[in-house]
Design a protein around this ligand. Structure first.
Ligand code: DAK
Length: 258
């Protein structure tokens, strides 16, 4: 159905694969739009509890924004595309109400690392290489990279990675907190699926609230503690809360709806 992505939904997990291997899965406008449409569709799909984002083949997750597309941009075009891209994809992923795991299977550079950083959790294969090389092209990260990298690894390390335009190994990414876990490449999807299945044992409504509360602390104008109180209170009115507490008291496993 789509030209640049494939979607595979099974057992509550939607695997979205960016599928432009000849361009190392570089993100062009069309791919961003296809991801946007698919994510919006999946948001309404009660059969899906977790989304996994990955890249096709074993060389790249996403090797950046498609350089051919922005090579001759003007200042207004750059600003418009950055805004549109952030709205259509990167902010959508960060605030997505279902957990999004990035399975980083190779190069995650520029816009590719920015996409992985928008996800809630990152698992990388050993061969993955990550970096924000934008300044080597005369631009800065435009899809939230200056903000999200600093949030994940701290300002000093983010500055180093951005200013040097260098790439780091998956092991270094693990050490600095950029990824949650590193595994052999042939274990990557299995590990992501295992994590998805652990997540799906829990209340989707509570997880949705947790996503809102955690993100609020990183959103200017919002007080994360206050949002936590509000979301905490809302939980007491949910079916999931009734099911979770009843299951505990009845000494059985909770059976939450997706
Ligand atoms: N865009 C387009 N094509 C790409 C690409 C990219 N980002 N990365 C790789 N490719 C293409 C190559 O051109 C090559 O195509 P052909 O020449 O075969 O037609 C093919 O993928 C295979 O790549 P290589 O031959 O280069 O493969 P190698 O193994 O030698 O090297 C590499 C792998 C990942 C080290 C190398 O491909 C590389 O350095 N790629 C570029 C990495 C990079 O600089 N990425 C862009 C970062 S900047 C914006 C918002 C955000 C951004 C921009 C604008 N606006 C809102 C306007 C973000 C910018 C970035 O992401």
């Amino acid at each position: 159905m789509f030209e640049n992505i494939s979607v595979d939904i099974s057992e509550g997990v939607a695997i979205l694969t960016i599928n432009r291997p000849k361009q190392l899965n570089a993100l062009n406008k069309q791919t961003i739009e296809e991801l946007n449409l698919t994510l919006k569709d999946i948001e309404e799909n009660n059969e899906v509890g977790v989304v996994i984002l990955t890249g096709s083949e074993d060389k790249a997750f996403v090797a950046g924004a498609d350089i051919k597309e922005f090579a001759d941009f003007t200042i207004p075009q750059g600003g418009a595309l950055a805004q549109k891209g952030q709205d259509l994809l990167f902010n959508l992923v960060e605030h997505y109400p279902k957990p999004v795991i990035a399975a980083v299977n190779g190069f995650a550079l520029g816009g590719g690392l920015e996409l992985a950083m928008s996800a809630h959790i990152r698992i990388a294969s050993k061969n993955a290489k990550m970096g924000l090389p934008e300044v080597s092209l005369g631009v800065i990260p435009g899809y939230g990279g200056t903000q999200r990298l600093a949030q994940l690894v701290g300002k000093g390390k983010a500055n180093e990675l951005i200013f040097t335009a260098g790439m780091i190994s998956s092991e270094e990414a693990l050490r600095c907190g950029l990824v949650n876990e590193v595994v052999e490449q042939d274990m990557l999807m299995e590990t992501a699926l295992k994590m998805a299945s652990k997540i799906m044992r829990n209340s989707p409504m509570a997880i949705r609230s947790a996503i809102k509360a955690v993100n609020a602390g990183y959103t200017s104008g919002l007080n994360g503690f206050q949002v936590e109180i509000e979301e905490f209170a809302k939980c007491f009115g949910t079916e999931d809360f009734k099911e979770g507490t009843s299951a505990f008291l009845e000494k059985r496993k909770a059976n939450f709806r997706k």
